[in-house]
Design a binder for this molecule. Structure first.
Ligand code: NDP
Ligand code: PYC
Length: 344
């Protein structure tokens, strides 16, 4: 098997071509491709190229609109910046409203982006890092589809509901954490299934509510929240804030909208909260940027690593040496590019 090594830009162009073939406009395809290529570049494979097929299947099933153009709601000058993805994917909607959110958060100290009617398939660190690049501390969250049992329960109800946070750092990769509120992302279960590997214990229950390490049984049963009642409560908070509060679907609603299948990607809303550390700290002693660096140094000083550090290293390596894909992966990209929606 011969591997192929590509630059981030070349991989982005290759993926954008696939989405163009599937009916997307140039800017939408570029936003989608950038996020997926970034997953490969940063060693975040659960949200890399393997997600493309799911996106195409969701378009083909009529559950996401390839030709949707996101629309920003009329600006009412408040802290809420609203963008409707029009039934399309989240990355083009986020790309449209991110600069507006940055200006609003700097002006008011705190502002929120509400994305409605989007299909969200990607890792959230992309959104968090983008806002940190504007010098803003950021929280991002969205529901998913009902695949996770609440702590103490045995049936899927909550989503894998990702939650990300970024703190901007001058001249350094921001402090970013980003995780599913389930023990693992569903993408990880699918990657274990494809590799024929058992799951670690404690990740999932089978359809009868018994603990399982079989990925097939886990996909048919329910995943578990991380940290028992703690992850379960954070996941529920995400259903409330980024589902119900936004007048959009919960994870159960997103699953129902798909007719109960998780082979397609879920449609719902997304919430991005951006904070200006300078505005919050104004008039108080100490510079928040310098104080944050002292905290990071203290963490590192104990031999611990910062979240986001592994991705930053993977990115640095991919930027200098390229992104390596297997022959099978390259063949699949070629097939998707040739056949478009016919491939799925
Ligand atoms: P991981 O468990 O892989 O990583 C969680 C976070 O913890 C990362 O920020 C990671 O940083 C950090 N981390 C890991 N190990 C350490 C360590 N030893 N010390 C310090 N920090 C550490 O994430 P998940 O599998 O839970 O989620 C993977 C992705 O799936 C996320 O990007 C999430 O957004 C996405 N997702 C998307 C969904 C959607 O609906 N769109 C649903 C669910 C998940 P680093 O990256 O540097 O290793
Ligand atoms: O990995 O859990 C996941 C996921 C669901 C939707 C997008 N990613």
């Amino acid at each position: 098997m011969t591997d192929t090594t590509l630059s981030y830009e070349d991989l982005t162009a290759l993926i954008a071509g696939i989405f163009r073939k599937a009916g997307m406009g140039a800017s939408q395809a570029a936003a989608m491709a950038g996020v997926i290529a970034a997953g490969e570049r940063d060693g975040a494979k659960s949200h890399g190229i393997y997600r493309i097929e799911g996106c195409l299947r969701t378009i083909k099933a009529g559950k996401a609109a390839a030709d949707a153009v996101p629309v920003q709601a009329e600006d009412d000058g408040t802290a809420i910046v609203r963008v409707n993805a029009g039934g399309g994917f989240a990355p083009p909607a986020f790309a449209l409203a991110a600069p507006v959110l940055a200006v609003r958060a700097r002006k008011l100290g705190l502002a929120a982006m509400v994305v409605n009617d989007c299909t969200h398939f990607s890792a959230l660190w992309h959104e968090a890092e983008t806002m940190a690049s504007f010098g803003l501390a950021t929280m991002v969250m969205c529901p998913s589809y009902a695949t996770v049992a609440p702590a103490g329960g045995t049936k899927p109800l909550l989503g894998t509901n990702p939650f990300a946070f970024a703190w901007p750092r001058i001249g350094k990769h921001p402090y970013v954490f980003d995780f599913a509120t389930s023990v693992a992302a569903r993408g990880e279960i699918e990657l274990h299934r494809r590799a024929g590997k058992p799951l670690p214990e404690g990740w999932a229950l089978d359809a009868e509510g018994r603990p399982t390490t079989d990925p097939e049984a886990a996909l048919a049963g329910s995943m578990l929240p991380f940290g028992d009642h703690k992850g379960s409560a954070i996941s529920t908070m995400i259903e409330l804030l980024a589902g119900i509060m936004l007048g959009d679907l919960t994870s159960q609603g997103a699953l129902d909208r798909l007719g109960g299948t998780t082979t397609l990607l879920p449609g719902h809303g997304e919430l991005v909260l951006a904070f200006s550390p300078e505005r919050f700290a104004a008039g108080r002693p100490g510079d928040p940027t310098a104080r944050a660096e002292q905290l990071f140094e203290a963490i590192l000083g104990q031999g611990a690593r910062l979240p986001g550090q592994r991705r930053a290293l993977a990115r640095a390596k991919a930027t200098s040496k390229g992104i390596t894909l297997s022959e099978t992966e390259m063949a699949q990209l070629a097939r998707l590019g040739d056949l478009g929606l016919e491939a799925v």
